[in-house]
Ligand binder design. Structure first.
Ligand code: UDP
Ligand code: MG
Length: 319
């Protein structure tokens, strides 16, 4: 009998948890040939999420939980869950039913019957999402796929089922600045993509504001591409060449027509533009520097405050 772990990050999800659990019970019943464990990761919720998780753990031994000392973010929650997972097959899934649990049997069947190492999902549309958000997301995927060698699939969800060897590879990447969509691609392995239509949240609210999404996309770009760093050199060279041409033109003009003093407004504009570009490029360097800085501190990715796990010598910090 094979064992499947399901990693579910939860941040203030008291409303969605019961709905999710009910649906998962149905799925687990259907897949009776598999032994399940669901690892809920409470990402420092301030509502009753942890209480509900404790109740569930008491009633149903398949439900386990890890609880963070504060909100460390979904990426940290995924990492913690994967670390705690013991199954031969491990799935990551949101709790808000936007990753339909109903796809799980099909994903498992593919891994059993075909020679894939992971089955990932992407949504085929962005229905029900604000237009501006869709536009920004699409632009992000265009930019990152242009400048990064790691392909980041547009509309990809963090909903996938993996074999143990792929999970171990993902855990090897213990970087502090985590961007799972990139990490899953970077480790390689054969992945089959399933598509499904976008579904709305079953309860509660999304935790992603446009501002948070923006810094998430910066995380993705700096994590998986260093192309922006060469932007400064490219622009620098272009401006040098331009200035050579301009110097030549000015010398010729002075020789032919003398040197009337004029054109200072254009000079000011040029100074403004060039210093703006310089600051922008310094900013890019700063962005990478700050990531490097945080990475060199080697801070833990998450800190546990509570968990359903007994000490099994697996390196978890416990209260
Ligand atoms: N989540 C988390 N920590 C956070 C933000 C979100 O663990 O800081 C979890 C959340 O509980 C949910 C999943 O990540 O299970 C996806 O979050 P959400 O539904 O808000 O994102 P969206 O689906 O809108 O992209
Ligand atoms: Mg969601």
């Amino acid at each position: 009998m094979s064992k499947m772990s399901i990693v579910v990050p939860c941040y203030n999800e008291e409303a969605a948890l019961p709905v999710y659990y009910e649906e998962m019970c149905r799925i687990m019943e259907k897949m009776s040939e598999v032994e399940f464990e669901i690892i809920f990761v409470d990402d420092g919720s301030s509502d009753r999420t942890l209480g509900i998780l404790k109740d569930m753990n008491e009633k149903d031994g398949r439900c386990r939980y890890l609880s963070f000392s504060r909100n460390f973010g979904k990426e940290a929650a995924l990492y913690a869950g994967l670390k705690g997972a013991q199954g031969d097959y491990v799935a990551t899934m949101d709790v808000d039913m936007q990753d339909p649990p109903g796809l799980l049997p099909e994903m498992y069947r593919i891994l059993m019957e075909e020679s894939y190492d992971s089955v990932a999902t992407r949504r085929s549309d962005r229905e029900g999402e604000p237009k501006i958000r869709s536009f920004l997301s699409e632009s992000f995927y265009k930019v990152i796929n242009r400048i990064s060698k790691t392909e980041i699939v547009s509309g990809a969800r963090d909903y996938r089922l993996m074999r143990r060897k792929m999970v171990d590879a993902v855990l090897e990447m213990s970087e502090y600045n985590r961007f799972s969509k990139g990490i899953f691609e970077w480790v390689g392995f054969r992945t089959k993509w399933l598509e499904f239509r976008n579904v709305g949240r079953c309860a509660g609210e999304t935790k992603w504001s446009v501002r948070k999404l923006f810094s998430y996309s910066i995380e993705g770009i700096t994590g998986f591409s260093v192309a922006p760093l060469s932007l400064a050199s490219v622009i620098g060279v272009a401006f040098c060449m331009l200035s050579f041409v301009m110097i030549f033109v000015i010398i010729v003009r002075t020789l032919l027509w003398g040197d009337p003093v004029s054109g200072w407004p254009s000079l000011v504009c040029i100074i403004f533009m060039v210093s703006g570009i310089q600051l922008f490029c310094t900013g890019i360097v700063g962005e990478y520097l700050s990531k490097t800085y945080l990475e060199t501190k080697r801070r833990p990715i998450f800190i546990l405050k509570d968990s359903s796990e007994r000490d099994e010598g697996d390196g978890y910090e416990r209260k």
